[in-house]
Write a protein that binds this ligand. Structure first.
Ligand SMILES: NC(=O)c1ccc[n+]([C@@H]2O[C@H](COP(=O)([O-])OP(=O)(O)OC[C@H]3O[C@@H](n4cnc5c(N)ncnc54)[C@H](OP(=O)(O)O)[C@@H]3O)[C@@H](O)[C@H]2O)c1
Length: 255
């Protein structure tokens, strides 16, 4: 049988209970990876892990973890090392967008929540995994799910856009600082993808058109359409790729 592109790799995917994270975890397992999926609620995670294990037995584990809480991330990474193996791949995918409105109107608490989950959690997870890799002298790949709104003005999604811009910056700096340790860091910037997070946009014909009219392909994506690039960036096929942000946006950013 042909070997999978991620054969032998242990991967952590945060926000793996649905949407883009679940699609990435499923694609990873199909390519031979062992995948630990994490999010706050075990219920959704368990369903995804069960579906993956039904297709690829023994390839998925579900762990509850709020990425905005350092001690829970420490527990996630230690548990993964002890029970599954050293994680050579981390996907910082967990994300939230609790405030939809003009930047001038955001409250401090919603600002803090957005930064805590989207940025601080991704940084903490990256540092925890990189520390383990450096101690073990092992190579790795850290992938963060940013957004096209981190590369452009993001009316009504300003704080969310700022966290995604910062994730892109974090990716570039970590790529330089961790290169000597053979840890590559990249980001994917999706356009509009059909998930629970984007329901506010996809649920409104007018807001959906603001994206689709401007994109070359004139439609939004399904979560599975993001997973192929994640497999590539996690795999050794991308061994010369680091510090990059790949727009998977149906041509939104070229018009
Ligand atoms: N959908 C889009 O149009 C779009 C576009 C560009 C970028 N993105 C990015 O893609 C990533 C995935 O989003 P999605 O669209 O797939 O959304 P989704 O379907 O709503 O999934 C979000 C995931 O994040 C988890 N999560 C939320 N808060 C968390 C926390 N504090 N700690 C741990 N896990 C948490 C959720 O699980 P629990 O509720 O169990 O915690 C869920 O698994 C996000 O980073 C998002 O910003 C999405």
């Amino acid at each position: 049988m042909e070997k999978g592109r991620l054969e032998g790799k242990v991967c952590i995917v945060t926000g793996g209970s649905r949407g883009i994270g679940a699609a990435i975890a499923t694609a990873f397992a199909r390519e031979g990876a062992r995948v630990v999926i994490a999010s706050r609620k075990l219920e959704g995670l368990a369903q995804v892990a069960e579906a993956i294990n039904a297709e690829v037995p023994g390839s998925a584990w579900a762990r509850a973890c709020h990425v905005g809480k350092l001690e829970q991330l420490q527990e996630l990474v230690s548990w993964t090392v002890g029970e599954v193996g050293l994680p050579q791949v981390l996907v910082n995918n967990a994300g939230t967008n609790p405030y939809f409105g003009p930047l001038m109107g955001v409250s401090d608490s919603l600002w803090d929540k957005t930064f805590e989950v989207n940025l601080k959690g991704a940084f903490w997870a990256s540092r925890l995994v990189a520390d383990k890799l450096v101690s073990a002298r092992a190579a790795g790949s850290i992938l963060s799910i940013a957004s096209v709104v981190g590369m452009r003005a993001a009316p009504m999604q300003g704080v969310y856009g700022m966290t995604k811009a910062a994730l892109i910056s974090m990716t570039q700096t970590l790529a330089v600082e961790l290169a000597a340790a053979n840890i590559r860091c990249n980001a994917i910037a999706p356009g509009l993808v059909d998930t629970r997070l984007s329901k506010m946009l996809t649920g409104s014909a007018e807001l959906t058109r603001m994206f689709t009219d401007k994109s070359a392909l004139k439609r939004y994506a399904q979560p599975e359409e993001i997973a192929g690039m994640a497999v590539y960036l996690a795999s050794d096929e991308s061994s010369y790729v680091t510090g990059q942000t790949f727009c998977l946006d149906g041509g939104y950013t070229i018009t």
